[in-house]
Structures are given as structure tokens and as C-alpha cells.
Design a protein around this ligand. Structure first.
Ligand SMILES: NC(=O)C1=CN([C@@H]2O[C@H](COP(=O)(O)OP(=O)(O)OC[C@H]3O[C@@H](n4cnc5c(N)ncnc54)[C@H](O)[C@@H]3O)[C@@H](O)[C@H]2O)C=CC1
Ligand SMILES: O=C(O)CCC(=O)C(=O)O
Length: 526
């Protein structure tokens, strides 16, 4: 497995990749997009921070890529829908830098209100400007925090320690939760009316982009100070510049910019703006945290399939995976079997869980079924990340039901594949700890191991029928490895599952279809 680290990553993380067996790591930072595109096809994993742009174009070239790991939080530099479509897992490290970033916001607020960077620059220029650089106390002032997530909540907590009055706006957190944490929840207009300082901590989304704009500045107190350590563009830069010039905004502290580096932004030169080059997460501690976290996650993913902190598929821990793994294998094989049994395009899949699954988290099972159903159609392009999306794109509806009752086994699940022409029903269970078995196909009970080259034969249950099948295959030197027979409930037909050492050629399948007691022959591959 080959890992490419394309942005600066803490040494501890690099060492973890170097020490991992079966993993080769290359560190190539600062590559131009074209240079990165030229080499990306060699890699199974890509580790980034905020500089590398993982675009659809890059992903198209990344034919081997399985996972993108972001050492940090914000994923606005990754085209997540395109990654999902191509089956690439996107992971971040959501907690490693939150304290550091919150501390940066507090540091920026204090530096801004006490003119620390301006004082430093003025002294360096040989001036002694005490009067001009007089600041403001933050004690008893109102801090408006927009976004009460991981970082916003820490900022609010630290500001409380500085004896500020903190009001919070976050429409996705209940007022009760904000009050329970000891803060005052307010609507956005109230926050604008009350706050002496406003710090934004929301993700960059369609509806947060430009949310602090001219209209918002118009509702704020005169002399308000703005802190943005979240993402560039959440505070509209042109509108902020105008509000600084008009005096509405007394100062702004910016760590992030609409374009980074902000080469053409007049804000950087404005005397009441202080800024840092996206340093929010840049402490030794945070960089160690995120580097170690991303390395651990990627190594676990590449070597054990464990998914942690993925934004485009559910997380499955190694431990949970061990328990649920056999069910996922079974589910995938059942899906694959259904794809080969049905006639007509599948329009609905119903997954029914019966019996006691001992508190297993079965949520990835339907995805595994879909992966199995789609694999014969799209081959390597489908995986656990994109199976649901691909099914949706093909108009396949998926529903799940569960009941405590199971007729034959402690637990089993049934996959109903409904096409425009028929409904095919397959049930399966796990024998022992991890052996998948198909135990029912439509009305036929059996114990079939879904593996390898197989053929499903429906025949009349009469003496000689199995013999003629064996003779035909023998004549063509096709060895039968295993044979399982299932009987129709209340009927005169059998189904036979053959596992053969080699695939049965189409001509031989046709010959078998001509046999007197054979009704149908369906070759299957797992
Ligand atoms: N400057 C830097 O180096 C760093 C910046 N960040 C950025 O900080 C920001 C916050 O990160 P986290 O706290 O980890 O995110 P989070 O996801 O934990 O919290 C974001 C909060 O914003 C809220 N929110 C979403 N839309 C909103 C809206 N329209 N109005 C008000 N609240 C809204 C959400 O409900 C959530 O509670 C992100 O933009 C992230 O990219 C994160 C790490 C480092
Ligand atoms: O990696 C960095 O320095 C930036 C961190 C960041 O913005 C994030 O984690 O969202």
C-alpha cells in the first residue's frame, strides 16, 4: 500500500507510516495541481491538510485511491460528492486541533483589542505611540459566538473565564443545551445587537458563506470587533472592508481568507485588521494530535478496513467490524446472488432481519447488500462508500425491517429483490462464528456456501437427474468441488448448487439446459 503525504504533516505521523508494515510513504509537499495529478495514480491513500485541493479532476486520475485523510477538520478543500461517487473514503480528525484553534481565536481577540501586533510594528518602526494604541478591556463585554460546535463551545468557555458575557447563536443546537452549558442562546439579530465582539465558528457551507455581510454589519453595534478563525468567506471580505472604513467595525482579527494566501486583499494592509496565515491549528500539540490521528486512521483502514471519522460512510471500529464482518460478507454475497438470479432491473430491495443479533450494529448490512447487487454491474467501481449513492442513482429503493422472530435459525436475514418482472427472495445466516450460508432461495431450503464458481440448477426431483448433470460436466473435464441440494417446500422440484473448480463455459451451460430433467441452469460467480 502506498501513501502520499502532500501537505506538511507532523513528524510523529510520518514515522507511524514509516514503521507500519506493508505501507510505503512518500512525502511530497507543495506540488502544483498538475504535478500531483501526474503521480496520484500510484497511491492508495492521500494525506492532506488545507493546501492540497482534492478536486474531481484529481480524483479521476487517482485510479488506485481508496482514502483521503485530512489532518485537521475543515474539508472544504475536498470534493466530497466526487470522492463518494468514486468510492473514496474521506476522513478527518475532528478533535485534535479544537483546543488550539479556540485558543487562537481568544488570542486574536485579545491581540486585537489591545493592539498588540500594531504596537509591535510601530515599535519596530521606531515609534512610541501610547495614545494612538490605547485598547479596550474585554471584562464584562459581550462576546457573540456564532456556531456552538466543538471550537465555538471552547471559545465560549474560555471567554467565560475572562469574565465576558457570552451569547450564542446556533440554530442546530437546542437552547436548552446552550443554557445547560451556562450560556445565553439568542437569535442572530439579537447577537448582532448585543455583541461587542463577534467570533464565528461555523463550517463553510452554502448558507454560511457570506453570512456576515453588509446587511449583518448594519445590525451590529458601532465599534464591534470581528474575529474569524473558521473559514475565509464566512465574513464577506469586501463588506468587512467597507464596514472598517466607515468605522462601523472597530477592528477585525482574521486567520482565514477568501483566497489563501490573500495576496490581493486590502484587508491585510488595513491598520485595524490583524491577521495570521491560517495558523488556527498550528501548535506543536495540535499538529502532533492530528498527524498521529490521521496516520492511525489510515493505517487501520488500509490494513484492517477499519473506518473512523469518515464523512462519507458510517464509522465501523475494528472490534465492531470483527463482529459484524461475517454478516457483511454474507450480505454482500446475498446481494451478488440476487443480482445474478433476478430478471429485469431491480427497483426495490427489502432487507429483513429476523431473530436475535445480540445488539450488533447492523446499519452497514444494507450497504453491503447493495454493494453485492451492484458489483456484477459496475465491478470495481462500487464499494461501501458509494453503494448507497449508486443505488439511489439507479432508482433502487431500499427498506429495512426487523422482527424478533426467526423460523429456523437464531438469527437470519432475508433480502427481497423486487424487479419490474419478479420478486426474488434469499435468506442467509452465519454458521458458527463466521461461515456465511444461504439457507433459503424462494421456496427452497438449503445450506449453500456462496463462494467461487457455481451453478444453480433447477430440476425435477427424480432418480438419474443428478447423474446426468455430473456426466455432462465430467465429459467436459469440469470438476465438481461441492454439491448442495435444496428441496422445494411442498413441490416436486430440486435446486442444485454446484461449486466447480473452473467456470462452466456457456456452451456447456447450454448443453446442460437440454438435459431431460433439468429446468433451468444459472451460472453464478462470487
Ligand atoms: N483556523 C483553523 O486553523 C481552523 C479552522 N477550523 C474551522 O472552524 C470551524 C468550526 O469547526 P468545529 O467547531 O470543529 O465545527 P463543528 O462542526 O463542531 O461546529 C460547527 C457548528 O456550527 C453550527 N452551524 C452550522 N451552520 C450554522 C449557522 N448557519 N449559524 C450558526 N451556527 C451554525 C453547527 O450547528 C455546529 O454546532 C470550521 O469552519 C472549521 O473548518 C477548524 C480547525 C482549525
Ligand atoms: O491544517 C491546518 O493548518 C489548518 C487546520 C484547519 O483549518 C482545519 O483543521 O480545519
Amino acid at each position: 500500500m502506498k501513501v502520499l503525504v502532500s501537505d506538511n504533516l507532523g513528524e510523529d505521523g510520518i514515522r507511524m507510516f514509516q514503521d507500519a508494515s506493508n505501507i510505503d510513504v512518500d512525502v511530497k509537499t507543495g506540488l502544483a495541481p498538475e504535478a500531483l495529478k501526474a503521480i496520484i495514480a500510484d497511491y492508495d491513500a492521500l494525506v492532506i491538510r488545507s493546501a492540497t485541493k482534492v478536486t474531481e479532476e484529481l480524483l479521476q486520475a487517482a485510479t488506485r485511491l481508496k482514502v483521503v485523510g485530512r489532518a485537521g477538520i475543515g474539508l472544504d478543500n475536498v470534493d466530497i460528492p466526487a470522492a463518494t461517487q468514486r468510492g473514496v473514503v474521506v476522513m478527518n480528525t475532528p478533535t485534535g486541533n479544537v483546543v488550539t484553534t479556540a485558543e487562537h481565536a481568544i488570542a486574536m481577540m485579545l491581540a486585537l483589542t489591545r493592539n498588540i501586533p500594531t504596537g509591535t510594528a510601530s515599535l519596530r518602526d521606531g515609534r512610541w505611540e501610547k495614545k494612538k494604541l490605547q485598547g479596550r478591556e474585554i471584562f464584562n463585554k459581550v462576546l457573540g459566538v456564532i456556531g456552538f460546535g466543538k471550537i465555538g463551545a471552547i471559545v465560549a468557555d474560555r471567554a467565560r473565564g475572562l469574565k465576558m458575557n457570552v451569547v450564542i447563536h446556533d440554530p442546530f443546537v437546542t437552547p436548552e443545551q446552550i443554557q445547560k452549558a451556562g450560556f445565553t442562546p439568542v437569535d442572530l439579530d439579537t447577537l448582532y445587537q448585543q455583541a461587542d465582539y463577534i467570533s464565528v465558528h461555523v463550517p463553510k457551507l452554502k448558507n454560511t458563506l457570506g453570512m456576515i455581510n453588509a446587511d449583518a454589519f448594519g445590525k451590529m453595534k458601532d465599534g464591534v470587533m470581528i474575529i474569524n478563525c473558521a473559514r475565509g468567506g464566512i465574513v464577506a471580505e469586501n463588506d468587512l472592508y467597507d464596514a472598517l472604513v466607515s468605522g462601523k467595525v472597530a477592528g477585525a482579527a482574521l486567520d482565514v481568507f477568501e483566497t489563501e494566501p490573500p495576496v490581493e486583499s486590502p484587508l491585510v494592509a488595513h491598520e485595524r485588521v490583524i491577521c495570521t496565515p491560517h495558523l488556527g491549528a498550528s501548535t506543536r500539540e495540535a499538529q502532533t494530535n492530528v498527524a498521529v490521528a490521521v496516520a492511525r486512521q489510515i493505517i487501520d483502514f488500509l490494513t484492517a478496513g477499519t473506518v473512523a471519522n469518515a464523512v462519507n460512510m458510517p464509522s465501523v471500529t475494528g472490534e465492531a467490524l470483527e463482529k459484524i464482518g461475517p454478516y457483511l460478507t454474507l450480505a454482500e454475497r446475498m446481494g451478488c446472488l440476487q443480482a445474478q438470479l433476478v430478471q429485469g432491473p431491480i427497483k426495490e430491495v427489502v432487507v429483513e432481519f429476523h431473530g436475535d443479533f445480540k445488539d450488533l450494529d447492523l446499519s452497514p448490512v444494507s450497504t453491503a447488500v447493495l454493494k453485492g447487487i451492484l458489483t456484477p454491474v459496475v465491478k470495481d467501481d462500487v464499494n461501501f462508500v458509494n453503494a448507497q449513492v449508486m443505488a439511489q442513482q439507479r432508482g433502487i429503493k431500499v427498506t429495512e425491517t426487523s422482527s424478533a422472530e426467526s423460523d429456523y435459525y437464531v438469527n437470519q436475514f432475508t433480502v427481497r429483490a423486487i424487479t419490474t418482472e419478479m420478486t426474488s427472495v434469499v435468506s442467509g445466516t452465519i454458521f458458527g462464528k463466521k461461515d456465511p450460508r444461504i439457507v433459503k432461495i424462494d421456496k427452497f431450503r438449503l445450506e449453500m456456501i456462496p463462494h467461487g464458481h457455481m451453478a444453480l440448477i433447477q430440476n425435477i426431483d427424480k432418480p438419474g437427474s443428478i447423474g446426468e448433470i455430473g456426466t455432462t460436466l465430467g465429459k467436459h473435464k469440469i470438476n465438481i468441488g461441492r454439491m448442495q441440494v435444496g428441496q422445494e417446500e411442498e413441490g416436486d422440484r430440486n435446486i442444485i448448487f454446484l461449486t466447480t473448480d473452473t467456470p462452466i463455459p456457456e456452451a456447456v451451460v447450454d448443453e446442460m439446459r437440454q438435459l431431460a430433467l433439468v429446468k433451468t441452469v444459472t451460472p453464478l460467480e462470487f
